[in-house]
Design a binder for this molecule. Structure first.
Ligand SMILES: O=C1C[C@@](O)(C(=O)O)C[C@@H](O)[C@@H]1O
Length: 285
């Protein structure tokens, strides 16, 4: 079975195969196929939508001084992609310095995410400032993919989507519900809207109250996997009740799953080292 990377053994040069500045998802740099494979999205060469679900580990440094320790903790851990939770940076003016420190400390691909409290994060930026911050960090080449909460102001969403795509980077659109699990039609509706707003990978993370809610999320995931085959999905039923969605991700068509190393960023995340062998158990390879 294909296994995840373990920790920050990669250097940026190893990742791109060159010592040139990192230009993710640009085939000329890396020898990646020039024709995109349908339904596969690459984050700096890590394929979402092919093979086993990829393990994404959120890191939440508040300042650049915390980056080295956060990255060191990844050593020997199964991790494919780092999610940089920009909303935890105490001063948004310092976010670029944190991103540079991350790039310096690890060659692992970086998914950049900024969330407000409604979306499970710490951020307080209004939509226009949120979009401006993400666009600035993208211009500085501090991410290999960006997450956008698609229900924000459409103008702000479009500006981030366009900036990412202009840079050759994929967009993960997200829908979070920390109170409930919408019904099946609503969940499928959010995925269709995410696709229409430019998402390459579509994510839903919802909260179950009953086992049937978990089943609803899983049904939405399996249904969308066959109806929207161009878009890899990430489907999460949060909390301990929804754990099956994280470990049986592959069974229900989810291309990635979030896991912790140290602090977790959402209810129900397992430690990456616990999750990796469980993903293997559910693998069809
Ligand atoms: O969207 C997600 C998924 C997540 O909420 C989870 O449930 O694991 C964790 C977040 O860090 C990430 O941005």
């Amino acid at each position: 079975m294909e296994t995840p990377s373990t920790g920050p053994a990669h250097s940026p040069a190893q990742r791109t195969g060159s010592t040139e500045p990192h230009q993710p998802n640009r085939p000329a740099d890396s020898g990646w196929p020039t024709e995109p494979t349908p339904g596969v999205v690459r984050i700096a060469g890590v394929e979402l939508g092919a093979g086993r679900p990829k393990i994404v580990v959120p890191l939440m440094p508040r300042a650049s001084s915390e980056v080295a320790a956060a990255v060191a903790a990844l050593h020997g851990q199964p991790v494919d992609v780092i999610e940089w939770r920009v909303d935890h940076v105490t001063d948004p003016e310092r976010a670029a310095a944190v991103g540079v420190a991350l790039r310096t400390e690890t060659g692992l691909p970086v998914l950049m995410t900024y969330r407000t409290d409604r979306e499970g994060g710490q951020g307080t930026l209004a939509d226009a400032d949120y979009a401006a911050l993400l666009r600035r960090l993208l211009r500085l080449d501090l991410a290999d993919a960006v997450d956008v909460e698609y229900r924000r102001d459409p103008v702000a969403v479009a500006s981030v989507v366009n900036a990412a795509h202009a840079a050759g980077l994929p967009v993960i659109t997200s829908f979070h519900d920390f109170d409930s699990t919408p019904d099946l039609e609503s969940l499928l509706g959010t995925l269709r809207e995410q696709a229409a707003s430019g998402g390459d990978v579509l994510k839903m993370a919802v909260t179950p109250r009953t086992a049937l809610d978990v089943a609803t999320l899983l049904t939405a995931s399996a249904t969308a996997a066959s109806h929207l085959p161009q878009h890899p999905l990430i489907s999460i039923s949060m909390g301990s009740l929804g754990l099956v969605s994280r470990v049986a991700a592959e069974t229900f068509g989810s291309c990635a799953t979030f896991a912790s190393v140290g602090e977790s960023s959402a209810p129900g995340q397992l430690p990456a080292a616990t999750l990796a062998p469980l993903l293997g158990l559910f693998s069809r390879d």
